[in-house]
Ligand binder design. Structure first.
Ligand code: RIB
Ligand code: CA
Length: 307
């Protein structure tokens, strides 16, 4: 097997975050160096507790969890318990965590891990508001040298395809200033916008196949998705965050396009809009424009079933 990819997952669990964390834990291609939490779907106390519970359920208590930012760099945001439940995990009950988060805060942990890492050796997986990495880059810009790639769940290809507002996707809308700071660090990036996840949405049958595996993580994931599907109020639901992980694992399942990217950091109605300009040349970022939806759903099921 090729050398493992060292990753740090920055996350606001969150039901789709939970599946992304499970998928990463089920993937031997990764060396998960740490999980850093951020406020987003629900508050920081919940996202941090959820990260502890999810890694424990996946049998990975050795993964350090570091508590991160409890608010965006600018202004405020609204949590979305209507989509993720009061506890952030579809209000299912998980065993209380047997450990606490590390005393080192997320920003300090990011700076320490990246400062000690070799050049171009660490992959950042950002599946929530990007506040933690932005703060770390502001405090110590040189840590960017250690970043091999940044995989982002965020943004929209369509100018008015947002889910937080007509114009903006939730993660970028919560903290557009942070996303712009991360973008301007100039490291290789791969973005998985709303549209590509919507292509590979799952339905009640897929959730039941997951539940039928009857292992702790698959039963828990299915229970969370029952809530998540109801919140979408339609027959299918998009699993945003896991696709960001999958784009790293199996890029061949995606149509990856080069693009120039501009993030709207205004405070107007278009705040958080991501303006991708697709190109055939060497763009600033790569963006997953489409995917092989059936293969994505199959691989997700297979990998989660292995947990
Ligand atoms: O817009 C979808 C994103 O916002 C996902 O990361 C979801 O978990 C929420 O954080
Ligand atoms: Ca998320």
């Amino acid at each position: 097997m090729a050398a493992k990819r060292s990753i740090i997952i920055d996350t606001d669990p969150g039901i789709d975050d939970a599946l992304a964390i499970f998928l990463a834990c089920a993937s031997p291609e990764f060396d998960i160096r740490a999980i850093t939490t951020v406020a987003g779907n629900v508050g920081i106390n919940r996202t941090t507790r959820n990260a502890l519970q999810l890694t424990e359920l996946a049998g990975r208590v050795s993964i350090p969890v570091h508590r991160g930012a409890d608010r965006p760099l600018r202004g405020s945001w609204t949590t979305i318990e209507d989509i993720h439940g009061q506890n952030g995990l579809g209000d299912i009950d998980l065993p209380a965590p047997s450990r606490t988060e590390f005393s080192t805060a997320a920003v300090d942990a990011l700076i320490a891990l990246l400062s000690d890492a070799a050049a171009d050796s660490m992959t950042l997986v950002l599946i929530g508001p990007q506040t933690n990495l932005a703060l770390a880059l502001q405090r110590k810009p040189a840590i960017a040298n250690a970043i091999r790639e940044i995989a982002v769940m965020g943004g929209t290809l369509e100018p008015e395809g947002g889910n937080a507002t007509r114009f903006a996707e939730f993660n970028i809308h919560v903290d557009p200033v942070a996303a712009d700071i991360v973008l301007k660090a100039g490291r290789p990036m791969i973005w998985a916008p709303l549209e590509v996840a919507r292509q590979a949405s799952v339905d009640a049958l897929w959730i039941d196949l997951l539940r039928a595996v009857s292992r702790p993580c698959t039963v828990a994931a299915a229970g969370m998705l029952d809530f998540y599907l109801r919140s979408f109020a339609r027959p299918t639901a998009a699993l945003y965050d896991p696709l960001t992980i999958l784009a790293l694992l199996m890029p061949e399942l995606f149509e990856l396009r080069s693009a120039a990217l501009e993030i709207d950091v205004s405070e107007g109605e278009t705040a958080g809009q991501t303006r991708f300009r697709l190109s055939d040349g060497d763009g600033q970022v790569r963006v997953a424009a489409t995917c092989h939806a059936d293969r994505v759903r199959t691989v997700l099921l297979e990998r989660l079933a292995a947990l």
